[in-house]
Design a protein around this ligand. Structure first.
Ligand SMILES: Nc1ncnc2c1ncn2[C@@H]1O[C@H](COP(=O)(O)OP(=O)(O)OP(=O)(O)O)[C@@H](O)[C@H]1O
Ligand SMILES: [Mg+2]
Length: 455
């Protein structure tokens, strides 16, 4: 798939959107969970500090501070100051027990740093400050344990987020590319069908999912469509088969009648007119059938590498004298030095150039200069047939490709309005783009063919 069209692909955009939503939902729930955990840990720490305070303070007997002092000293000796701190001071602020001398602190719970309570390091403590029998008792516990737990939670969450993003990207890319492959299969089938390969069908996955369901319906529609087209082709072929012989017999009969009526000039002239009409009828009939056959696309299987420059030179050679007889000039402009190779059907490409040259000869007055040219543009071959005759008005340029369409001014010239329809059918069959342009004055027909190297 083309890189630029990746972002226009629906499966890719859906995968990207859902991947983003998935990761965002995970991140939001992670943040909420972390906040709840932090609040829970802070509450637990407060409860723990309050409990240590109340357990310690039970050692105080009325007017007897000795037990409390020894309890605190015992606790202080047992615990690490990085972890728990204790302090008991008398009314004068003199430390009686513990491992620090507290500054002025609010009653109850508060948070202090190690330097604030005269300790070294950067530990932060949650302390409980109170008075018992005139003595001030302060106990505290560091945030180290709480911080450690929070850090573990944060690191786990970070890893989980990385894994989630990786899974979202890998899963999204896998699902998107799978869906995209099936979309591409549908698109390829439709391109083949529009190029005339009506037998192509969308490959089914076999799971009977929604894409299979749609594909099956498209395939059924294609079955009906190809049935109809085949039916029409068959009818055309049958008509051609059935009418060809009677039309030819009719022509022979008229010809016979014309030759036998030579002694009756009035009848003979009518018979000659009827013969001309019959010829016109045959020509129109055959041209219509030929266009339908070309549009069916089956001739594509006979495509071969062909040098368009050689065909153009042959057509110019043959029609040079026809133009001369008409007091017109046919010129072959410089052709590329190397062959202009494309994959195609020699007979049809000759017919295409002949139709365009005949148009210029038939629809332009004496003195017209007709030029044939060929140029290479990168991987494309550009063929042009131009004249300096009356040209085709811009509003009519699309219409002249329709079957049987002729400009009003051409009603008197011979022809049946099928030449350009055939040209369009042949150029479509070869994957060429055809344009009618103003040659100021005159008409320029440009055709861009893909060259054989790129097809
Ligand atoms: N080179 C041209 N200059 C001016 N008008 C043109 C030229 N080529 C075609 N046309 C106009 O386009 C119309 C359609 O052309 P097309 O080749 O389809 O039919 P036709 O030439 O009239 O008949 P046919 O080609 O079937 O014998 C012509 O009738 C003519 O009016
Ligand atoms: Mg014509």
């Amino acid at each position: 798939m083309h890189r630029g069209s990746l972002f226009r692909s629906t499966p890719f955009r859906l995968a990207l959107t859902f991947g983003f939503l998935f990761v965002a939902a995970f991140a939001i729930s992670g943040v909420v969970t972390y906040q709840l955990l932090a609040r829970e840990l802070a509450g637990a720490l407060d409860a723990s500090v309050s409990e240590i305070y109340s357990v310690t303070s039970t050692a105080y007997g009325v007017d007897d501070v000795e037990d409390l002092v020894s309890t605190i000293n015992a606790y202080t000796g047992l615990s690490n100051s990085e972890d728990r701190v204790f302090s008991l001071v008398d009314r004068d602020g003199k430390r009686l027990a513990g491992n620090f001398t507290p500054p002025a602190l609010p009653d109850g719970l508060s948070t202090v740093t190690a330097p604030q309570i005269g300790l070294s390091g950067d530990t932060i403590y949650r302390v409980n400050n109170g008075t018992i029998g005139g003595y001030r008792l302060v106990v505290g516990q560091s945030f180290t344990e709480t911080d450690d737990l929070q850090e573990i939670a944060l690191v786990s969450f970070g890893w989980a987020l990385v894994i989630t993003i990786a899974v979202a990207i890998a899963g999204g890319a896998f699902l998107a590319s799978r869906a995209q492959r099936r979309m591409d299969g549908i698109a390829r089938t439709m391109i083949d069908v529009s190029n005339g390969q009506l037998a192509t069908r969308i490959p089914l996955h076999g799971r009977k999912d929604d894409i299979d369901e749609v594909s099956m319906q498209i395939n059924q529609a294609l079955d009906r469509l190809s049935g109809l087209v085949e039916g029409m082709r068959q009818v055309s072929a049958d008509i051609a088969h059935e009418l060809k012989t009677p039309l030819n017999r009719l022509r022979l009969t008229i010809e016979e009648a014309a030759s036998r009526s030579e002694d009756r000039p009035e009848l003979h002239s009518l018979m000659t007119d009827a013969l001309a009409e019959s010829d016109q009828l045959n020509a129109t009939f055959e041209a219509l059938l030929r266009i339908s056959q070309i549009e069916a696309g089956s001739r594509r299987t006979r495509f071969q590498p062909i040098d368009l420059a050689a065909i153009m030179a042959t057509v110019a050679d043959i029609y040079g004298s026809v133009a001369e007889d008409n007091a017109q000039t046919l010129r072959l402009e410089a052709l590329p030095d190397d062959p202009a190779m494309l994959r195609g059907d020699r007979e049809l490409l000759t017919q295409l150039l002949v139709n365009l040259v005949e148009n210029a000869i038939n629809h332009c007055p004496a003195g017209t200069v007709i030029s044939l040219g060929l140029a290479r543009h990168g991987s494309e071959i550009l063929a042009t047939i131009s004249d300096d005759g009356p040209g085709i008005p811009a509003a009519e340029r699309d219409k002249v490709f329709r079957r049987l369409y002729r400009l009003d001014k051409s009603r008197t010239t011979p022809g049946n309005g099928l030449g350009l329809s055939l040209v369009r059918a042949i150029s479509d069959l070869h994957g060429a783009e055809i344009r009618l342009e103003d040659n100021a004055p005159g008409l320029r027909v440009s055709m861009t063919f893909p060259s054989a190297t790129t097809s």
